[in-house]
Structure formats: structure tokens, C-alpha cells
Design a protein around this ligand. Structure first.
Ligand SMILES: [Fe+2]
Length: 243
């Protein structure tokens, strides 16, 4: 069959189940392409965990948490100075306070709940932890004002990272997650508009106040510009594998 008659041949037929994958490049991208009864599976999956914080452990009062975030931010002069010096928009306690759960009962409550969520996620990931726990390494406040962004980054030296959301006014940015293989895309075409979520290169997740999101720490993410006139407040954290 020559090239022309082959094209004629497939255009005359309705799509049919077909097990033959090796029919030549001419057919890639053609309309009316035959449907293969192939076994297509997802490998090397990236998991994203989302749950209301209150699903596990004692409920953490979001109003108390928000009031504590502002109160700590106001008192933390070292943190304010760090943000000023580093050009960090708003406030983070990341560089200045390392013991929030020890200092403030509401953060201890938060830690207790996060421990449970992280263990649930570790179960889902089927980690073999070899009897060693995943333990909280860092926990810090982020207050992002109008126009503030937090650029693309990963969380090195950790296993699971995440954020719980304290204030998400209308217009507050979603979390933007990036396909960890994006550096290898090379000549690949872009995905179609409306491609299903698990095939997209970037995924935006808009959490509600009280939600917790968890991901493996190598997953690159960013916070696009806060378009709300109000602060976007979150508490982020890292868990490491106990040595
Ligand atoms: Fe982050």
C-alpha cells in the first residue's frame, strides 16, 4: 500500500479498536485516528495531599492562629529586619524564630495536627520509614501583602513540605506547582488548553482557610502575586526523616 492509498484507506473507515501501534509517523496528529486498545498507565507519580486541618487531631481555631501570626510578626524585630534586608515582601518568621510550637500553644496544637497529616501522607506514598519517624524540622509564618509574591523554589534537606492556610481573602493567589520534569521537556509540544490536570506542566491549587497541602519537598512551587488588598497568611513547614 502506498502513502496515498493508505490515507484513503483509513479515511474510509470509522475509528476501530486497533492493537497496531507501529503504523508510521504519517498518522500522528491525524484526525479520525484509530483508537488503540492500549494499556497506558501513569508512572513516577507526583502526589499532592489536601485535607482540612481539622480532619485529624484537635481543631485549630483559625482566628486564634491569625491573631497569633500578627502578634508574632509585630514583636519579631529580628524577623522584620531580615525581611527588610532581604527584600522579602511582608513578613516571614523563617529566618528568626525556630521554636513557634514551643512558644505558643496554638502552634503546638497545629504541630500535633500536622504530624498526623504527614503520617497519613507518608502512608499514601508507601514510604518504608524503617521505624524512623518523619519529624517537624521547620515551621514558619508567611504574611504576604497585596502585590507580594514568593518565587519558584523547592525545600532542600526535607522529605515532606507543606502549608496550611490561615487567611485567603478573595484575590489571594493560588499555589502554583510545577512538573518536576519540566527541565527535560526539550522539544515536547505544549499540552492542550484544558488538558487533564495530571498531564499539565503547571497546576494551580486554591486552598481554603483551614486546609493543609502536603507535597514531597523536591516539588517546585511558587506563590504568584497576591492580587487582594488584604494579607494572604499561611504557615509552612518541613518534615525530615529522623536520623
Ligand atoms: Fe515553599
Amino acid at each position: 500500500m502506498n502513502h496515498q492509498s493508505w490515507q484513503q484507506d483509513i479515511s474510509d473507515r470509522a475509528p476501530r479498536p486497533c492493537g497496531n501501534f507501529t503504523t508510521g509517523m504519517d498518522r500522528i496528529g491525524a484526525t479520525g485516528y484509530e483508537t488503540a486498545m492500549a494499556d497506558i498507565k501513569s508512572l513516577f507519580v507526583t502526589r499532592l495531599y489536601r485535607a482540612p486541618l481539622s480532619d485529624l487531631g484537635d481543631a485549630v481555631d483559625p482566628d486564634e492562629l491569625e491573631a497569633s501570626c500578627y502578634s508574632i510578626a509585630e514583636d519579631d524585630e529580628a524577623g522584620q529586619a531580615w525581611c527588610e534586608r532581604e527584600g522579602y515582601p511582608g513578613y516571614t518568621s523563617y529566618a528568626s524564630l525556630t521554636d513557634l510550637p514551643w512558644r505558643f500553644p496554638v502552634f503546638q496544637q497545629l504541630k500535633d495536627a500536622l504530624d498526623k497529616h504527614v503520617m497519613a501522607f507518608a502512608e499514601d506514598l508507601e514510604f518504608d520509614l524503617d521505624g524512623r519517624a518523619l519529624v517537624l524540622e521547620d515551621l514558619w509564618i508567611n504574611i504576604l501583602p497585596e502585590g507580594g509574591t514568593h518565587g519558584s523554589h523547592i525545600h532542600p534537606h526535607s522529605v515532606i513540605s507543606g502549608t496550611t492556610y490561615v487567611a485567603m481573602p478573595d484575590g489571594a493567589s493560588a499555589l502554583k506547582l510545577e512538573d518536576p520534569r519540566s527541565g527535560r521537556l526539550m522539544a515536547a509540544p505544549p499540552r492542550k488548553t484544558g488538558a487533564r490536570e495530571d498531564l499539565r506542566t503547571f497546576v494551580y491549587v486554591a486552598p481554603n482557610v483551614g486546609d493543609v497541602l502536603l507535597w514531597e519537598s523536591w516539588l517546585r512551587h511558587e506563590v504568584p502575586m497576591n492580587m487582594s488588598e488584604y494579607d494572604r497568611i499561611s504557615v509552612s513547614f518541613n518534615y525530615r526523616w529522623e536520623g
